[in-house]
Design a protein around this ligand. Structure first.
Ligand SMILES: [Zn+2]
Length: 284
């Protein structure tokens, strides 16, 4: 590029004189695999209209098409994994006008004192969002989860709801960690950061579910008692709280109403707990 931008120097912008007028086509962009071109994240989503129970305004939110994504497995703590897409990114419904946000299963259910608190503490300061995105990055999804947790604290939600938000945030962070570019120069550092964040949310989920178990009825967050006990056991094991983990997992195994798949998972976990305790005692 010679001449087109010469003279910018007089504005103090000589550094911009060599900019290309037209971008050269990038090779990387052209080298997408056939699969990526065919299957895109937005194929699993559509716009659903909601009415905000706080400010009464209608808005559209990206919502998952039921049955479209294929479940390919679950982590030990029941985090669901789908082919081609991480649906966890789309489980928050957020009003772009007033900042009310909740997990989809809780969105409609709000009492008038709770609405009043959200209006006073969140909506009064919230800057409305005007841009609508087709898909969310992990960081955008994470912001929505954090706003949801803030809403839950403000509305004084039950421990189970707050624990469930923390659990799903931890799952989202695990997804983020798995999606990081392993070739990036700061990969190790980023991965460490994301792992630490995941652990913090998981610990808070554990505390919340333990409190909820003492004070709330089942089903809890759509889970029956053995499922919640199994989940608590898995997370407690991760934090080496073996007393809690062993006690609850034995109850799951002994319960006559538990389905065989859950029972198998529970037996596997029990074995793991026994092994971990043995290793720990041997190191003493
Ligand atoms: Zn609203």
């Amino acid at each position: 590029m010679s001449g087109l931008l010469s003279g910018l120097e007089q504005f103090g912008l000589s550094g911009l004189e060599n900019m290309d007028l037209y971008e050269k086509p990038k090779r990387e962009a052209a080298a997408k695999t056939a699969e990526e071109q065919v299957i895109q994240e937005q194929d699993f989503l559509f716009d659903k209209t909601f009415t905000c129970p706080i400010c009464d305004k209608e808005f559209k939110s990206r919502t998952v098409k039921i049955g479209k994504a294929k479940l390919i497995g679950t982590d030990m703590d029941l985090r669901p994994k789908y082919e081609h897409v991480d649906l966890l990114k789309y489980d928050i419904i957020m009003c772009p006008s007033c900042g009310y946000a909740a997990l989809s299963r809780y969105f409609k259910f709000i009492t008038s004192p709770q609405a009043k608190r959200i209006k006073e503490i969140i909506s009064s300061k919230f800057k409305p969002i005007t841009v609508q995105k087709d898909i969310y990055t992990y960081d955008e999804a994470l912001e929505r989860y954090k706003l949801t947790l803030a809403n839950a604290i403000v509305k004084m939600a039950k421990p189970s709801e707050k624990a469930y938000i923390c659990l799903k945030t931890a799952w989202l962070l695990r997804g983020k960690g798995e999606a990081l570019d392993k070739k990036a120069p700061n990969y190790e550092e980023e991965k460490k950061k994301v792992n630490a964040q995941e652990k913090e949310f998981l610990k808070n989920a554990l505390d919340g579910f333990l409190a909820a178990r003492q004070s709330e009825n089942f089903p809890m967050c759509g889970m029956d008692e053995p499922t919640v006990d199994y989940l608590i056991s898995v997370i407690a094991t991760r934090f080496e709280q073996y007393d809690v983990a062993s006690k609850l997992i034995s109850q799951v195994i002994a319960s006559p109403s538990v389905n065989p798949r859950m029972k198998d998972k529970a037996r596997d976990l029990k074995e793991q707990i026994i092994k971990e305790i043995r290793v720990k005692n041997a190191a003493k």
